[in-house]
Design a protein around this ligand. Structure first.
Ligand code: ZN
Length: 127
C-alpha cells in the first residue's frame, strides 16, 4: 500500500486553516457582492436558519457576527449582543447593512416561531 495515501486516510479530521488573522480573506474568498443592493453575499456554508456561517479555528460563527467583530467592534464572547440585518438578505455580511442589538431589537425574533411567516410576508410585500 502506498504509504502517503494511507497516512492521509487515517487522519482524524482536517484542521481548519481559518484563523482570526486571515478572517477577512476567508470571508472575502467566498463572497459575491451584489451590484444592485451592495449586499456582500456569503456563498459558503449556511446554518439551519439560512445564515452564512463558517468555522474559525474550532468554533462556528455566523458570517454576520464575524463581520460585526471585524468592523463594528462586537465582542464575540458577548452572547447577548447580536449582529442584526438592516437588509433582508440573511447571508449578507456587509457591515453597513448590519447593526448591533439585543434580541429585543430583532423583529424576526420578536415572536418566537413566527420567523418564517414574517419573512414570507415581508417578501410578498416587496414583490
Ligand atoms: Zn445586505
Amino acid at each position: 500500500m502506498p504509504t502517503g495515501v494511507y497516512t492521509t486516510n487515517i487522519r482524524r479530521g482536517r484542521p481548519t486553516t481559518n484563523t482570526f488573522e486571515n478572517l477577512e480573506n476567508v470571508l472575502k474568498s467566498k463572497t459575491y457582492i451584489d451590484p444592485v443592493s451592495d449586499c456582500w453575499i456569503w456563498e459558503g456554508a449556511k446554518n439551519k436558519k439560512g445564515y452564512g456561517h463558517t468555522r474559525i479555528e474550532y468554533i462556528y460563527y455566523t458570517v454576520s457576527r464575524l463581520s460585526a467583530f471585524l468592523y463594528l467592534g462586537l465582542d464575540l464572547a458577548d452572547r447577548d449582543t447580536h449582529a442584526l440585518h438592516k437588509c433582508p438578505n440573511k447571508a449578507c455580511w456587509n457591515p453597513s447593512h448590519l447593526y448591533l442589538g439585543t434580541n429585543n431589537d430583532n423583529w424576526r425574533d420578536r415572536k418566537e416561531g413566527s420567523e418564517v411567516t414574517n419573512l414570507t410576508r415581508e417578501h410578498k410585500e416587496e414583490d
